[in-house]
Design a protein around this ligand. Structure first.
Ligand SMILES: *Cc1c(COP(=O)(O)O)cnc(C)c1O
Length: 422
């Protein structure tokens, strides 16, 4: 497709966009009477208009039924964790039994590592990308210490080659092979939060498992953003949060994936709670934990229905739009953003896009590495009505989200940025 950096071209693209109507299904912040240009769906997704209705239904049912809402609510609370399974399964490429919504992301990461990180005297290392999201770094570091292992010995963090910003798959595979006998877990952020790189899940999983390690992914920046095939790619486990691309609201309920091949393995140790106990006898309050088969067996607590209802509202929007359609638009929209950014930045004079330019190596986010005055530029575009996101020391992240961003938004961002560079 031949792009043009013009308002008329952007408007033409919007007229041809089959998902155009979804923009009006979201609330946009308004600052000084003007709708903002929202490019931070990678940090907190916008609120679907339908969310209020879903949450109100639970409030009404609570008022009407009290505790009996567990059985008589529209969506009976007792079974609430079942209701999101089908859509979550589609989003990550899994069977419904392999996924469950629960807790928060970092909590889930610890729960998964409690099961899959079982270091021995010889096989005790965790291999991951350097510069992972802080919470993941803290989780890995504290897991190692929890098992009495020095993190400087037990944690392998892969850095890009000198003068490169993203990791090459071949280098990841090589590092896995070189450390094969010592690896317990290989874990990556499926889409790297800082660079926007979408890692090759299939190849990393193959290499990690060939080395004898379990392989997991943090999907915080991947779910609802890129196509995923966790079951087919044989990934052992994954975790995600739902307030970024999934638009479930601040602190929304997170989730996990556990591959079916582990469901029958009752020897896999886990940290347990009553909601993971077999549903049929959960309320018998008996001694002796018997896990539910599937990902459900990793649940600890009863389901957070109020935040879960916001997740239901948002998944409903995903069902209507369809992940295939969203990805198709997303590839085009991000390619357009890349084009516009290149137009206003001849010979990379002001900045460099560090996100890979191949569409299968990225989601919708582009990370802009500024050469100088990055924070100043960022403050200027913020003042002009753009909500983007600043990452120390010098990166501006922008994420055009196919559900609610338009080609016109992208064009306008380009104009504002152009005037803020000089
Ligand atoms: C957003 C994000 C988190 C946040 O963790 P919470 O437990 O949801 O607060 C953690 N890891 C990654 C990779 C993230 O992108």
């Amino acid at each position: 497709m031949k792009f043009e950096n013009s308002l008329s071209f952007a408007k033409k693209m919007d007229r041809q966009d089959p998902l155009k109507s979804f923009q009006s299904q979201f609330h946009f912040p308004v600052i000084n009477g003007k709708r903002v240009l929202y490019f931070t769906g990678n940090s907190l997704g916008l609120q679907p208009i339908a969310t209020k209705k879903f949450v109100s239904e639970e409030l009404n049912d609570w008022a009407k039924w009290g505790v009996e809402g567990h059985f008589h609510a529209h969506r009976p609370w007792l079974y609430y964790h079942h209701f999101s399974k089908k859509t979550l399964g589609k989003l990550v490429g899994a069977k419904p039994s392999e996924v469950v919504a629960m807790n928060q992301l970092t909590v889930n990461l610890h729960l998964m590592l409690a099961s899959f990180y079982r270091p021995t005297a010889t096989r005790f290392k965790i291999l991951t990308e350097a510069g992972a999201f802080s919470s993941d770094q803290y989780a890995f570091e504290s897991q190692l210490k929890w098992h009495g292992i020095d993190p400087t010995v037990g944690l392998i963090e892969l850095k890009p080659r000198p003068d490169e910003f993203t990791l090459r798959t071949e280098d990841i595979v090589k590092a896995i092979e070189e450390n094969a006998s010592e690896l317990a877990v290989v874990i990556f952020g499926a889409v790297q939060y800082y660079t926007g790189q979408f890692f090759d899940i299939k190849k990393i999983t193959e290499a990690g498992q060939k080395a004898g390690a379990y392989v997991g992914f943090d999907l915080a920046h991947a779910i609802g953003n890129v196509p995923l095939q966790l079951h087919k790619h044989n990934v052992d486990f994954a975790v995600w949060c739902s307030y970024k691309y999934l638009n479930s609201g601040p602190g929304g309920v997170a989730g996990v994936f556990v591959h079916e091949k582990h469901h029958g393995n009752t020897r896999l140790p886990r940290l347990a709670g009553w909601w993971g106990h077999h549903e049929k006898e959960r309320f018998q309050m008996k001694k002796g934990f018997v896990p539910m088969p599937g990902a459900d067996g990793w649940q600890l607590s009863n389901f957070p229905v109020l935040s879960g209802s916001a997740l239901m509202a948002s998944l409903n929007v995903f069902e209507k739009a369809g992940m295939k359609n969203l990805r198709k638009k997303s590839e085009l929209l991000t390619a357009y953003l890349q084009f516009v950014l290149t137009e206003i930045n001849p010979s990379e004079r002001y900045f460099r896009i560090i996100t890979p330019s191949k569409k299968n190596e990225r989601g919708c986010q582009l990370s802009i590495l500024t050469h100088a005055n990055g924070k100043k530029i960022f403050n200027r575009i913020t003042k002009a009505g753009v909500i983007a996101d600043w990452r120390e020391p010098n990166v501006i992240r922008v994420a055009p989200v196919p559900l609610y961003n338009s080609f016109e938004d992208v064009y306008r961002l380009g104009e504002i940025l152009k005037h803020s560079l000089k």
